[in-house]
Design a protein around this ligand. Structure first.
Ligand SMILES: C[S@@+](CC[C@H](N)C(=O)[O-])C[C@H]1O[C@@H](n2cnc3c(N)ncnc32)[C@H](O)[C@@H]1O
Ligand SMILES: [Zn+2]
Length: 284
């Protein structure tokens, strides 16, 4: 399998402790105050200081990461990836293109961006996630981007360096997104709409609760360009796929034992995907 365009590691990182520039050495990143961060054998760097961790093993668990990896790699969310990639390539004119996936999970959307980018375009890619398991899985599947265990609350990236931030089913920290983006840069967000996975929720919850569709307000420092809704129907044809979906969504935690049992007993599940894709421009 050959790669036609060029994917490079994004290099403009900063120390999570004192915000000094990080320099890349052979097997570590170091700042001028002597803080040093080893590069793991899988190729990612841990930039989440203990004192900034809220728990010992924050973010998605190893099991959730594995479930999401299997589900996404099976292509069930291909249409969502296509829409995200198309929006990035259309809305972000800068070449080379510097993109940060903030809350990247196991890296599916950056892999799709790399795979679908036409020849001749250079991508400088970085992905961060607070879950070490997610970042490890991302690094194992594509070693080219800069992968970081880090939090959106303290992004270890220098100010004004990124053309595009992705926040896909994530936990936005707008002040940090605005800081790392260049003026005119794009924040692209994907979030579930009220009808997303409705058939699964009908099975799990005795009385269906529809999420209130409150319009989010535009965060300071940004101008909203558009909000589009992507609608698409998929069919899960195996219990394994249904179980993976359950394991990678918050429904696993919210559902009752009976609700989960009903879902686990299914062998086939048609599903509406309803995703809102929101584009925000970082003000000059
Ligand atoms: C629903 S998953 C989405 C992952 C990926 N964007 C995707 O769509 O496949 C949410 C991710 O956010 C991560 N996360 C939670 N809190 C975070 C934070 N403060 N900073 C960065 N990532 C965080 C979780 O570990 C998890 O991988
Ligand atoms: Zn430092």
């Amino acid at each position: 399998m050959g790669f036609t365009m060029s994917v490079e590691a994004f290099q403009a990182l900063r120390c999570p402790l004192d915000h000094e520039t990080l320099q890349r050495e052979e097997r570590r990143w170091v700042c001028s105050n002597g803080h040093s961060f080893d590069i793991a054998k899988e190729g990612y760097v841990h930039l989440l200081p203990v004192q900034q961790k809220r728990s010992k093993d924050p973010g998605d668990s190893k099991e959730m990461v594995l479930a999401r990896r299997q589900f996404l790699n099976a292509g069930h969310y291909q249409k969502i990836a296509d829409a995200v990639v198309e929006a990035v390539l259309r809305d972000v004119p800068q070449r080379p293109l510097h993109c940060l996936d903030a809350g990247c999970g196991e890296g599916y959307y950056l892999r799709e961006l790399a795979r679908q980018t036409p020849e001749g375009i250079t991508l400088f890619l970085s992905g961060l996630d607070i879950s070490k398991w997610a970042v490890q899985a991302a690094a194992k599947q594509d070693s080219r981007p800069s992968w970081m265990v880090a939090s959106n609350a303290n992004i270890p990236v220098q100010t004004n360096r990124v053309d595009c931030v992705l926040c896909l089913f994530g936990f936005p920290v707008y002040a940090e997104f605005a800081r790392v983006l260049k003026p005119g840069g794009i924040l692209l967000m994907a979030d579930p709409g009220p009808g997303h996975l409705q058939q699964l929720r009908e099975v799990i919850y005795p009385s269906l609760r529809t999420a209130p569709g409150a319009e989010p307000s535009c965060p300071p420092g940004f101008t909203e360009l558009s909000v589009e809704t992507l609608q698409h129907e998929i069919v899960l044809e195996t219990p394994a796929a249904i179980q993976q979906l359950l394991s990678m969504t918050p429904h696993l935690f919210r559902a009752s034992a009976e609700g989960k049992e009903r879902a686990m007993a299914l062998t086939r599940l048609p599903l509406n995907l309803e995703i809102s894709i929101r584009r925000l421009c970082r003000n000059a």
